[in-house]
Design a binder for this molecule. Sequence first.
Ligand SMILES: C[S@@+](CC[C@H](N)C(=O)[O-])C[C@H]1O[C@@H](n2cnc3c(N)ncnc32)[C@H](O)[C@@H]1O
Length: 247
Amino acid sequence: MNQKKISVKPFENRPGSKKEQVRQMFDEISPRYDFLNHLLSANFDKLWRRKVVEILKSHQPERVLDVATGTGDLAVLTAKKLPDAQITGLDLSPKMLEVAKKKIKNTELEHRIKFIEGDAENLPFEEAHFEAATVAFGVRNFQDLDKGLKEISRVLKPGGVLVVLEFSNPEKFPFKQLYGFYSKKILPLLGSLISGNKDAYTYLPRSVEVFPYGKDFEERLEKAGLQPLQTHRLMFGIASIYTAQKK
Ligand SMILES: C[S@@+](CC[C@H](N)C(=O)[O-])C[C@H]1O[C@@H](n2cnc3c(N)ncnc32)[C@H](O)[C@@H]1O
């Protein structure tokens, strides 16, 4: 198992644990989060979430937990594409959840999606409650990755699936160099100009750089009692989708 540092905190000059800082940061950027997400990824984030839902669809789950649901885009897409499923979206940040709740207010999705405040590392559900779980751009923000994955594994039924979408690192020339320049120079500049939060958009490339991906992430899944089934590398490795099954 890789013992290197896999986690950084959002704010170098504020007090608090990573979890407290992550909650603060997402509360602060929540009003601009969706806009920036789509802009900075040139809308690829939407395409990638669609792929997550396609994978989920092939398993036909009845109850789906979207961990670190944020402003709820993946939960909403899942509800639309799996009309018989009940979705629970859970997040640490109350302000991100406010945006999520507005998206479904007065729509029929209000009866199929429940948004709740909570911590991935201490999930408020009994064992084996869900047939499927998803996490999009969330696992990198967990304070304790192994604890979060173990908790998700605990609430999944045996045979249930977890689909994780997360940034990874392109390894080949010239994508590694081009993406490195974009993520370390352009993205923090645009992100801080538009959101007014410089730290959030320097945290993003810093946290991606140290986070495990590929085989290293698959090892973490296994350690949590999840059998990796398939890993899709997206756009030369800028992001990856990991599918794993509860043993
Ligand atoms: C980059 S956003 C992703 C939101 C959404 N899944 C998406 O695809 O846009 C990361 C989210 O993870 C949440 N988060 C981080 N650590 C968490 C934890 N331990 N438990 C629950 N949510 C967490 C943050 O509050 C934030 O809303």
